[in-house]
Design a protein around this ligand. Structure first.
Ligand SMILES: Cc1ncc(COP(=O)(O)O)c(C=O)c1O
Length: 427
């Protein structure tokens, strides 16, 4: 935002509020419900116990009888974040013009800083957008590619990347190269070589998922970025399934762009997303929406929507506070603990076949399994109708498997119940 606009917003906010002498509602008020929940979590000296994770789970709430193994489709907000969001909404509706036009500028910037710290980058590299789909559109729409240039998009890419590249670039004569990824690779090198072999002198961009939504395979972004940069190729990452599930240090991963739906593994309210662009690559980007303030040279020009979803944006800050109270590394380790617990339980069950690479470098909190000689649509229906287990059936790429997501509200007891259900359905 340019300084003139900042000054204008400040004046509007401060001037009107001052004249009516309204009570100072905002961040302080909305932080109250979250403080109580954080205090409860902080009482635990040892986070490495099921009692701790059951307490975390108790701060989420699902419809009666629902066991939610479908975080890969959409995350859930813990109760304190729901409350924080509602408080932000009420605060906004108590005085719409004040809060929409500058009254929350400090809080908005504080959220940006929290996001930047989460990914080990500068706040001048973070835009707060709506979702991954928007981030991929922003990249695919912006880049000035020439006829005949090539963009590599592996076969497992989500429609949220395939559609923007197709509509914004393929129609201009850019070739989309679609290499085939192995379903069950054993090493990172196997995946890197798929991308390497797809490169030609015309390749300008590799656009890829951090974790593919089909079978939970994690792609080696750091290694692919290194290889791509040696060839002068940009790397754009769809982080919808990565960010929050596993520790994500964007400085180390060294991709050029990374885009996130915070409403998945960061457990924010719906419709708030994150867009990272490396400082030196930001000039390649053109905002999808232009409005007042469009001359701003900072990354804020990419989120210049005028009226927007500020309660959700600020609640993302609260969601990061919640996450930090548990600890990013602790969440990362717990995700692997749940994965290992699940894999150990199905290891000797012949009728349950794992369709996700088991190597920890190649998968984390999403695992997909096939039940021998069962149609996945029936499996999905039976899981839900008989046990209340929500999962996602995956049928592309020869998969006939249910996708199971192990988010922080899943406990070992939930996994016991899940595996018992899978075994019964398999017989
Ligand atoms: C890999 C991947 N990319 C993009 C998306 C789209 O997310 P959103 O609708 O939040 O933009 C999803 C959603 O499931 C996804 O799994």
């Amino acid at each position: 935002m340019d300084n003139k606009r900042r000054r204008f917003l400040k004046n509007v906010g401060v001037g009107v509020a001052g004249s009516l002498a309204l009570p100072a509602q905002s961040w302080a008020t909305s932080a109250q419900p979250i403080q109580a929940s954080l205090a409860l979590l902080k009482q635990f000296r040892n986070k490495n116990t099921e009692a701790y994770w059951e307490t975390v789970a108790s701060q989420f709430r699902f419809a009666k009888g629902v066991h939610y193994f479908n975080n890969g489709s959409l995350g859930a907000c813990p109760l304190p974040i729901r409350e924080a969001t509602n408080t932000f909404r009420n605060t906004l509706d108590d005085f719409p013009s004040k809060y929409m036009w500058g009254g929350w500028e400090t809080e908005k910037e504080a959220t940006r800083k929290k996001v930047a710290d989460l990914f080990s980058v500068s706040e001048e590299e973070i835009a707060l957008i709506h979702n991954t789909t928007e981030g991929m559109n922003l990249i695919a729409r912006s880049l000035a590619l020439n006829k005949g240039d090539e963009v590599i998009l592996a076969d497992h890419e989500h429609t949220s990347a395939v559609a923007p590249w197709t509509v914004w670039q393929a129609e201009k004569g850019i070739k989309l190269v679609r290499p085939v990824l192995p379903i069950l690779p054993k090493t990172k090198a196997e995946i890197v070589s798929v991308f390497k072999n797809a490169i030609t002198p015309k390749t300008k961009v590799i656009s890829l998922c951090h974790i593919v939504n089909t079978n939970g395979m994690m792609l080696p972004i750091k290694e692919i970025s290194k290889m791509a940069h040696e060839h002068g190729i940009l790397v754009a990452v769809d982080g919808a399934q990565g960010a929050g599930m596993v520790e994500t240090n964007l400085k180390e991963m060294d991709c050029d762009f990374y885009t996130v739906s915070a409403h998945k593994w960061l457990f924010s309210p719906k419709g708030i997303g994150i867009f990272y662009a490396k400082k030196e690559k930001q000039s390649l980007l053109k905002p999808l929406i232009v409005a007042r303030g469009y001359k701003d040279n900072s990354i804020r020009r990419l989120e210049n929507y005028n009226t927007r979803n500020l309660p959700e944006l600020l609640a993302l800050g609260a969601a990061i506070d919640y996450r930090n109270t548990i600890g990013g590394a602790i969440i990362h380790n717990r995700t692997y603990e749940l994965k290992h617990y699940f894999l150990a339980k199905i290891k000797d069950v012949d009728s349950i076949i794992l369709k996700t690479p088991s190597n920890d470098e190649l998968s984390a909190g999403i695992q997909v399994v096939e039940l021998k000689e069962k149609d996945v649509k029936d499996v999905k229906t039976m899981l839900f109708d008989h046990y209340g287990i929500d999962s996602r059936p995956m049928t592309k790429f020869g998969l006939n498997a249910v996708r199971l997501s192990f988010a922080i509200f899943i406990t070992k007891k939930d996994i016991d119940m899940l595996v018992d259900a899978l075994k019964t359905i398999a017989t």
